[in-house]
Design a protein around this ligand. Structure first.
Ligand code: LIP
Length: 246
């Protein structure tokens, strides 16, 4: 099955896992709200209110999942009064449980996480994605951004196929930054908590403050690296998650 395009895949597993998660949470917290990738795809509103809200991507890396490419994650973020408080990302194939709670640190299978201390782009590893947009003009901007970053030169440019996993790699110090235009709030809500609790930073791709619903972001180990990434990004439009659908 596909969502917005022939390459934006969805499976029965995505839908069933999301239903399972929501049912389990509702049992304990019946008054809470939910923003789930598949619920939104089914017409539910994607509006973050002050009500305690669970922001769920049941299978982050669906295309990987369909093709058996071994990076797939379950991503669950939790916000209260529009503030992200808790993030959980389970990287299924790696069997790595990443967790973060505001003010309480970030962990992977119980081991404390800390971002890398590198500030030199020429000694960094950067991660991003090609996404699911196949508009030639947008693809060209994506490749142009990646070429500029690669030719700084950086040590490496990678992509796992799942934003949630990419953000956990920033938090673990394995890469210095993850950026993408085109992601959704459910891809990054949990990773946002995990990155910041591991000592990292989050920004908009234009250098402004991080905006969960904006469909774009830079996460990095520090502002020096983030600023260097931002300088290279060729920005293209992506409709906000909370845009009023016409
Ligand atoms: C994926 C994101 C990834 C993006 C892919 C896709 P999904 O989420 O995690 O960053 O590049 O296009 O959107 O759709 O597998 O949950």
């Amino acid at each position: 099955m596909t969502k917005s395009s022939s390459v934006d895949l969805v499976t029965n597993t995505d839908q069933k896992v999301e239903q399972l998660i929501i049912a389990a949470v509702k049992e304990k917290f019946p008054t809470h709200s939910f923003i789930g990738e598949e619920s939104v795809a089914g017409g539910e509103p994607c509006i973050l209110t002050d009500n305690p809200t669970w922001i769920i991507d049941p299978v982050d890396g669906t295309t990987n999942f369909v093709h058996g490419f071994p990076f797939v994650a379950v991503s669950i973020g939790f916000a209260v009064n529009k503030e992200l408080e808790i993030g959980v990302v389970y990287s299924c194939v790696e069997d790595k449980m990443y967790t973060g709670r505001k003010g309480k640190g970030a962990y992977c299978n119980g081991e404390k996480l800390e971002v890398s201390d590198r500030k030199d782009m020429k000694k960094s590893m950067i991660i991003s994605e090609l996404g699911s947009n196949r508009d030639p003009e947008i693809v060209s901007k994506i490749f142009s951004t990646m070429q500029k970053i690669l030719c700084i030169p950086v040590h490496g440019l990678r992509g796992s196929g799942t934003a949630a996993t990419n953000m956990c790699l920033v938090a673990s110090g394995a890469v210095e930054a993850f950026f993408e235009i085109g992601i959704h709030c459910w891809d990054i809500a949990a990773g946002a908590v995990i990155v910041t609790e591991a000592g990292g930073v989050l920004m908009d791709v234009n250098g402004g403050p991080f905006d969960l619903m904006s469909r774009r972001m830079v996460s990095a180990n520090n502002k020096t690296i983030a600023d260097n990434i931002i300088k290279q990004i060729e920005i293209f439009p992506a409709e906000r998650d909370d845009a009023v659908k016409q």
